[in-house]
Design a protein around this ligand. Sequence first.
Ligand SMILES: [Fe+2]
Length: 318
Amino acid sequence: MLKRIQLSQLRVGMFIKDMEFATQRDAARFRPFLLSKGDDVRRLTSGHVRSVVIDVTKGVDVAETAQGIDKASFEADLLAIFSGREISRARKSIQDVEPHLRHVLDDARLNAGFADDAASAAVERIMLETLDNAGALIAVTKLKEKDETTFLHSLAVSALMIAFGRGLGHKEDDVRVLGLGGLVHDLGKMAVPGEILGKSGKLTAEEMDLVRAHPQKGFEMVAKTGTAPTEVLDICRFHHERYDGGGYPHRLSGKKIPYVARVAAICDVYEALTTIRPYKRAYSQSEAINLMMNSPGHFDQPLLSAFISKMIVSDALY
Ligand SMILES: [Fe+2]
């Protein structure tokens, strides 16, 4: 398969099938070749080449490189799947959600509180957008700059839970509860210092304890108002439990983990695996699913199978 890429995406290991040159003379001399040395990359990027076509069947793909993908190729990928209108609509809905969700996150961080009205307003907007544009909405949230990570992860998990809930045939009132749970599942992370959450190296035991306290902290924050349904509290408290009892904080196993938390665990992990950060590539959809299928004991298997059939095989997600 051939792909036209930008010069900034060139990496050692790519098979260069074609190039667009500034002059006809250079074009006439061109022969396909494997980019085997860093010097070749530098030569191409500093020369008269305008763009490059790679053959991913004979060399490294853009997404397989350690540098990850840049914004331009992310946009190109989106446009290959969705119309410009679907993408703009999804982005507009994120803008609409943003003030409400930022309010929820700020209230948790500054006051350890739960802004329930703002959370409900955010969920209503996500529910509306996911009715017929869930794929585009979830796709545009994949690329997360550093300061948008929590915001977009919360929004995307909410959208995934809403879409999955509908796929499972739940009533809209129950879907709304799943969406609210997805939105606030990590609210307890607002109590964890930012330096720890953003730390790139290994966490110390104390730091790990602080991170692992976020399900309980989130539960306490959301419980304060007395307005949140039990299912939402369960999602906060139990979304890191594993089906085999190896999760945290309560090491619950099997059906002792509330159903909604088992749904949340699948959506949360899928969203995290497929997230693209500027410095690292994401797992592709099939890699993420493979990894989840091959994590014995982590998830409720029938639910994971339902996620795959309702969300992946049915092309609800890309
Ligand atoms: Fe979490």
